[in-house]
Design a protein around this ligand. Structure first.
Ligand SMILES: Nc1ncnc2c1ncn2[C@@H]1O[C@H](COP(=O)(O)OP(=O)(O)OP(=O)(O)O)[C@@H](O)[C@H]1O
Ligand SMILES: [Mg+2]
Length: 324
């Protein structure tokens, strides 16, 4: 089975992710997949939260922080600027403080606190998480391709969805219980809907969003997560470990794609000893990949003559990945 079959056999899998260690080809494969699907007539969004603006590089278009940018028919790319989301959070907090306490300006100590909190990695993750949920929950596209940052972060993101979910479950339950008392009290006092109900509403809203996004991520029918591997010992070992972890988070692994394979047919030519050795080394690790991942290996992509940037190179890679 190849990549094409996987997409044709599972038309409901509309959330696509390529994961793997740094620099293996996640962005390249995301772009190639987005390109191929768009050519099949599907409306596709490829998006990332990578501050290094890799989609900007590969599509050779200024995309960062600009919302969905149209690349060609059926294909849009978006790079979420997490920093600007954090700034928006900060502004919101400031505004709430000013409104609530009727202050003309945010006091220094509070401003310092807001700054410090924003430097927390958790704040950044939560801003990113929120932005991703926003994109995915809207549902404007046939396919969403999430160009992930290197593995560790992706795992963090997934675990966060679970933690968030449990946390919010607890709070909403508490709030619901409290509301019963509050309603009783307000009936006695003949008050209208308490202000506190706003909090419960907000929580239920957040919970709905998180449920929607984490259920998308772990839904076998809707999601496919592909690992990118290269024929090297360390990468194979790390990928095996990561695959185990992902299974624990119930992330449905769609398969494996091998990248940067030096074409074997070069062996038929006069080639330097150096290259011959490299090919033989890869041969050994390709064997190890077959042994570990077997028929879940869906495509094997050669090391191309240059880096993959611009639509013609993306098209070339897509046709190897999907048509051969
Ligand atoms: N098969 C290939 N042939 C030639 N160049 C490739 C190939 N695959 C990837 N590259 C190049 O390797 C570099 C890294 O690829 P890419 O950016 O897709 O990796 P990544 O996994 O997204 O990295 P990061 O973890 O930093 O996000 C890019 O310059 C890309 O053009
Ligand atoms: Mg990348």
């Amino acid at each position: 089975m190849g990549m094409k079959d996987v997409f044709e056999k599972n038309p409901d899998r509309r959330y696509i992710m390529f994961g793997g260690k740094g620099g293996l080809g996640k962005t390249t494969f995301s772009a190639a997949t987005a390109y191929w699907l768009a050519k099949q007539g599907k409306k596709v969004l490829v998006f990332s939260v990578d501050p290094q603006a890799s989609l900007t590089d590969i599509f050779e278009r200024d995309i960062f922080g600009k919302g969905p940018v149209k690349i060609m028919d059926n294909l849009w790319a978006q790079e979420i600027d997490a920093d600007s989301h954090i700034k928006a959070y900060q502004d919101e907090i400031r505004k709430k403080i000013l409104d609530m306490y009727g202050m003309p300006a945010v006091p220094d100590e509070i401003e310092q606190y807001i700054q410090a909190a924003s430097a927390e990695p958790a704040m950044e993750e939560s801003a990113i998480f929120d932005a991703v949920v926003d994109v995915v929950v809207k549902g404007d596209y046939d396919y969403y391709i999430y160009d992930l940052v290197p593995l560790g972060h992706a795992l963090y993101y997934l675990s966060m969805a679970k933690v968030y979910d449990e946390w919010i479950n607890k709070i909403t339950k508490l709030r619901e219980e409290m509301r019963e008392y509050e309603e009783m009290v307000s009936r006695l006092k003949r008050q209208k809907e308490t202000e506190q109900d706003q909090i419960l509403k907000e929580l239920l809203y957040i919970k709905g969003r998180i449920n929607a996004s984490s259920s998308i991520l772990t839904d076998k029918e809707k999601t496919a997560f592909f690992f990118v591997v290269v024929p090297e010992q360390m990468i194979i070992t790390d990928t095996e470990k990561a695959a185990k972890l992902f299974a624990q988070f119930d992330v449905p692994i769609g398969g494996y794609v091998v990248n940067r394979v030096i074409p074997r047919r070069l062996l038929e030519q006069q080639i330097p000893e150096y290259l011959r050795n490299r090919i033989q080394m890869q041969e050994k690790y390709l064997g190890a990949i077959r042994q570990s991942f077997g028929d879940r290996v869906l495509a094997s992509v050669p090391e191309l003559e240059r880096d993959v940037t611009g639509l013609p190179m993306i098209e070339k890679l897509a046709s190897i990945m999907y048509e051969s």
